[in-house]
Design a protein around this ligand. Structure first.
Ligand code: GDP
Ligand code: MG
Length: 362
């Protein structure tokens, strides 16, 4: 998607109900995809779903369905078709061929990478995101790619570039990837030096699904002014502050990038150094949006990402945030019954924060 904020793009979302999935699951996922698209700067004009036993090898969805979607999307003057699933490089190429020049085809991973590109602020975040993006892009290199144009001065961005040109572009991208990896090593080293003074401190990290209210809680706990937004992945960079609780040693708390279902592997790999900060902490505070309809999925996602990071087990506290926004009282009662040791708070209204402080202190 273009960086130009003034012009919103128009998107058509496609979800496939594969064997084992339910229609409700796909509807929830499409809602999240819509939120992701919105964050990236695209309005969703329409969605389509298809039930399949397995993906079509060539085009992921069936040929007839694809034609109907393209006709509809073209009729609505959409700029984008966004697939909820990860589409293989070959499938994307075929889909793109069918859709033509005017209609960009991307998948969920491509969309998430796009949001990360938009929200990366520090040199470290920018380097990590560019690395993830080029690694994702390399096997898919076929056509005009606006990000690459921005980053590499127009290389490989001509639509319908010949095979020879694409080979040259691939080599340039591989060189750029090696360069970025070296840069990251240097940045990481520099950070280690910077963090040296933190060694005697007790360290806590706020983790959780994106938009669960981690940054709001961080601000409520420490008076920090981390960016809070009703968006996915508003904050990518880790912020660390002193926490004012009395335990006989300094206590530091960090707010960091959020998690999401099926976080792209390339992103986890390139965010190794950002996420790596979490590995060294003494305590994890898992922040869950109590008003969400997908609490179990959000809890599973936290555990999955931690596993993927090879996180050693740590002391942890579960925090249900946004209790002010829960629709029915019995939902809160149910949660309290199931999660007896959890904290129930509203970071927005500053309620339950004292209790959480006490729990962390204990
Ligand atoms: P993060 O992505 O986990 O860092 O989430 P943010 O702190 O940026 O918050 C995401 C959205 O949830 C923002 O619109 C916040 O205002 C909102 N939010 C955070 N905490 C609460 C809360 O306790 N209650 C309600 N109703 N909204 C909250
Ligand atoms: Mg945040």
């Amino acid at each position: 998607m273009q960086k130009n904020n003034a012009k919103r793009e128009k998107a058509f979302l496609v979800g496939v109900v594969l064997k084992g999935a339910s229609r409700t699951q796909i509807d929830e996922q499409l809602n999240e995809l819509k939120f992701l698209a919105d964050t990236a700067g695209a309005d969703t004009l329409s969605t389509a779903t298809q039930i399949r036993h397995k993906p079509d090898a060539a085009t992921f969805i069936g040929k007839g369905k694809l034609e109907r979607i393209i006709t509809q999307a073209t009729g609505l003057e959409c700029d984008l078709i966004i697939f909820n699933d990860d589409i293989s490089p070959t499938q994307i190429k075929n889909l793109q061929k069918n859709a033509g020049e005017e209609l960009k085809v991307i998948d969920r991973t491509g969309l998430i990478l796009d949001i990360f590109t938009k929200h990366a602020k520090t040199k470290e975040a920018k380097t990590q995101v560019e690395l993830a993006q080029l690694e994702y892009f390399l096997p898919r290199l076929t056509r005009k790619w606006t990000h690459l144009e921005r980053q590499m001065g127009g290389v490989g961005t001509r639509a319908g570039a010949g095979e020879a040109q694409i080979e040259i572009d691939r080599r340039l991208i591989r060189n750029r990837i090696s360069r970025l990896k070296l840069d990251l090593v240097a940045i990481e080293k520099h950070r280690k030096v910077q963090n040296h003074g933190r060694e005697g401190a007790y360290r806590i990290a706020l983790i959780g699904y994106t938009n669960s209210g981690k940054s709001t809680l961080m601000n409520a706990l420490t008076g920090a002014q981390v960016l809070v937004q009703d968006q996915l992945f508003a904050t990518l960079d880790t912020t660390t502050r002193k926490l004012d609780i009395d335990v006989g040693m300094p206590v530091l708390i960090s707010d960091t990038v959020g998690f999401i279902r099926n976080l792209p592997h390339d992103l986890i790999a390139s965010f190794r150094s950002t996420l790596g900060e979490i590995r060294d902490v003494n305590m994890l505070v898992k922040v869950i949006d109590a008003s969400s309809e997908n609490i179990p999925k959000h809890i599973d996602t936290i555990e999955e990402v931690l596993k993927e990071m090879d996180m050693p087990s740590k002391t942890n506290i579960i925090v249900f945030n946004k209790i002010d926004a829960i629709s029915a009282p019995d939902i809160l009662l149910g949660l309290k019954k199931r999660f007896k040791n959890a904290c129930f708070i509203s970071s927005l209204n500053n309620s339950g924060i004292e209790n959480l402080n006490k729990k962390m202190q204990e």
